[in-house]
Design a binder for this molecule. Structure first.
Ligand SMILES: *[C@@H]1O[C@H](CO)[C@@H](O)[C@H](O)[C@H]1NC(C)=O
Ligand SMILES: *[C@@H]1O[C@H](CO)[C@@H](O)[C@H](O)[C@H]1NC(C)=O
Length: 273
């Protein structure tokens, strides 16, 4: 019976193959989308050891609100007197930060976001790994007609973090109106594969960086660890270099006491294996 072993080999090969593909797919990327109903975000203090919600808040419960047609992220003025000296503030506001409880290793994430227009405030929708790999979309409240992209993965050879090295500034598309800004909803996307990252806005690709282009000083700085979706708003009013980048520090005598970024939706699309 020469046929049988051959047949078994085929069957077992294809079974193993199917199983391996299935495991790879489900552990590295699950397609997902949310418009942030109340139950989508649990507070970190909630008693579940492993939250069953897709998102968990890192910041206190009052720092965000889900369920009102999106996720509102708040940044609140610090208490007391705030002094600005040498281009930085002596107090920094706490802003909301939300993590996904799932991770993905490669896939496309689309964030629909509106940012407040206050200089010194940064709205960040990113992918971040425990190993500190990051792929970023950042909206600077002081630069309404642009958005920034960045990628960062530390190498043991680095003397210092290469925060600014792979960043880039993009235009907010003016298709809808000539004064389009980050204060309108736009869809920002990060399409991440093993060999390149493509950033896009409103369905149009605007920047690609290849794995090889992240080589600096002989080592690669390409994100390659499972990453969480992280959504946040933060006060970039110190130190001076950060405040300068963000066109801050925040001028609290003019700025509202509370600022809000809104994430209307997040979608994860998985690569086709
Ligand atoms: C949020 O994500 C960061 C980056 O991966 C991680 O260091 C942190 O532990 C996460 N926190 C929670 C509560 O998930
Ligand atoms: C460049 O890499 C070498 C090791 O290959 C390391 O000793 C050196 O500190 C690195 N330089 C910088 C600027 O990171």
């Amino acid at each position: 019976m020469p046929f049988r072993p051959f047949f078994c080999a085929i069957v077992s090969f294809s079974l193993t193959c199917t199983l391996a593909m299935h495991i790879k797919r489900s552990s590295s990327c699950q397609s997902f989308s949310s418009t942030f109903p109340v139950s989508s975000v649990s507070s970190r203090s909630s008693s579940d050891d492993v939250p069953t919600s897709p998102f968990v808040a890192i910041s206190p419960e009052g720092s965000y609100r889900a369920g009102n047609d999106g996720l509102e992220l708040f940044l609140q003025r610090p208490d007391g007197h705030i002094t600005t000296r040498g281009g930085a503030n002596d107090k920094v506001a706490d802003g909301a930060t939300i993590n996904s409880t799932f991770t993905l290793l490669y896939g496309k994430v689309t964030y629909e976001v509106l940012s407040p227009l206050v200089a010194g405030v940064v709205t960040a929708v990113i992918l971040i790994a425990d190993e500190h790999d990051e792929i970023d979309v950042e909206l600077l409240g002081g630069d309404p007609s642009h958005w920034q992209t960045n990628v960062f993965a530390p190498s043991p050879e680095d003397k210092q973090p290469l925060w600014g090295v792979f960043s880039s500034i993009e235009d907010v598309p003016a298709a809808k109106s000539p004064d389009a800004s980050i204060n309108d909803f736009h869809k920002y996307s990060i399409d991440w594969s093993a060999d390149r990252i493509v950033w896009g806005v409103d369905g149009k690709s605007v920047r690609t960086i290849s794995r090889e282009q992240t080589r600096k000083n002989g080592t690669l700085h390409y994100p390659s660890h499972p990453a969480r979706v992280q959504l946040g708003i933060w006060d970039a009013s110190t130190p001076v270099g950060t405040a300068e980048w963000a066109k801050g520090p925040i001028e609290w005598d003019k700025a509202p006491k509370m600022m809000t970024a809104i994430i209307r939706s997040v979608e994860v699309e998985c690569p086709n294996f």
